[in-house]
Design a protein around this ligand. Structure first.
Ligand code: SF4
Length: 345
């Protein structure tokens, strides 16, 4: 833990530490009620806390809105808060900044990246794109702002299938970066696409054999899976959908027991919304049976408190990138509304 001078210029000291570590490594004062203090700071600064379903339960409970990528980007586009604090990973906070260039967008830890986004470096993707000059680029939202800026439209796991289905039939498509979601979209839409070869480190390690054994153990259970999972897992799934779709399915289905193949954080919302259902986390190929995203789990209540207090770390982007990346995101939000995939507001 670091000592920050309070005598001279604490903000300058903290900016230096953030530059070095990517977050504020300060212990909040002993004995304070972090929930109450975060609420107080949110009100005082007109800040909104957006949290992804993969955050720890206590962060989900203190957030103003909890959702998946589509819901969070829609909420970020609509907010009138002065500060957006994004408890998620870096590409999500970037998306909020792109949609709100004049607002301050904060993230508790700049090191919260994403293996899927990192699997698509902008220079390599630019070279790949050159090989397909007459193709349009459909990018999953799990990409850096630089990749979004090279895209024609963005999709999320909630809307990828209906959006790709609705795109002009003469479009030849590159889909990036998730090859599993890309293969799933091709199967559901019947459209051929050129796929970038990226995967999510969490969704790719579920064990086919261990899930098969679990299904034998719990014959009454349904397997529900996120489309970022490998095809072998998706082939045996009873239901495939985004995190929000999986949550809704558990709530509405008459089935009592589910094996859940996605990041473990969503189980918190599932248990809150359907406490009578039994949820079994799908096991990974190696080591433990809990699939948690190490990037998402970098965020903590302490970091959220410090971030609100000092308004650092801030996510910034140059105006040219914001301009180029905003168009494909807005196209997605417009198409989602037209297709009735999100509420019109
Ligand atoms: S779960 Fe996978 S796709 Fe989601 S943030 Fe973590 S690494 Fe990225």
């Amino acid at each position: 833990m670091f000592h920050i001078s309070t005598a001279s210029s604490p903000h300058r000291d903290i900016a230096t530490v953030v530059e070095k570590y990517g977050y504020i490594p300060l212990q909040p004062p002993l004995g304070i009620d972090l929930f109450a203090e975060i609420e107080r700071l949110k009100k005082e600064k007109n800040a909104i806390l957006l949290a992804h379903y993969y955050q720890d339960a206590d962060i989900q409970d203190i957030a103003d809105f909890v959702g998946d990528s589509l819901g969070l980007s829609q909420r970020a586009a609509e907010t009138d808060a002065d500060i957006i604090l994004f408890a998620g990973v870096h590409f999500m906070a970037e998306t909020a900044k792109i949609l709100n260039p004049n607002k301050k967008v904060l993230i508790p830890d700049l090191n919260a990246g994403c293996s899927l986004s990192d699997s698509c470096p902008p220079d390599e993707f630019a070279a790949f794109k050159l090989k397909y000059p007459d193709y349009k680029v459909v990018s999953y939202i799990n990409t850096s702002a630089a990749i979004k800026a090279m895209s024609d439209i963005i999709v999320t796991s909630s809307n990828a299938v209906p959006i790709v289905k609705a795109l002009p039939s003469d479009w030849k498509i590159i889909f990036a970066p998730d090859r599993n979601l890309g293969m799933y979209v091709m199967k559901k839409t019947g459209r051929e696409m050129v796929l970038w070869n990226g995967v999510c480190m969490v969704h790719t390690i579920f064990s086919y054999q261990k899930i098969k054994a679990l299904r034998e153990q719990y014959a009454d259970a349904e397997l529900i899976a996120h489309p970022e999972c490998e095809p072998a897992i998706l082939e045996q799934a009873d239901f495939i959908g985004s995190t929000t779709a999986l949550l809704n399915y558990v709530v509405k289905s008459p089935v009592k027991r589910f094996i859940v193949a996605t990041e473990a954080g969503i189980l918190h919302q599932m248990r809150k919304a359907a406490p009578e259902k039994e949820l079994v986390q799908a096991p990974a190929e190696y080591s433990c049976s809990c699939n948690t995203c190490p990037h998402m789990k970098l965020n903590t209540l302490e970091k959220i408190y410090n971030t609100l207090l000092y308004e650092m770390p801030e996510v910034t982007l140059d105006s040219a990138t914001i301009e180029a990346a905003r168009r494909p995101i807005e196209r997605m939000l417009e198409m989602s509304k037209e297709l009735g995939l999100v509420s019109k507001s």
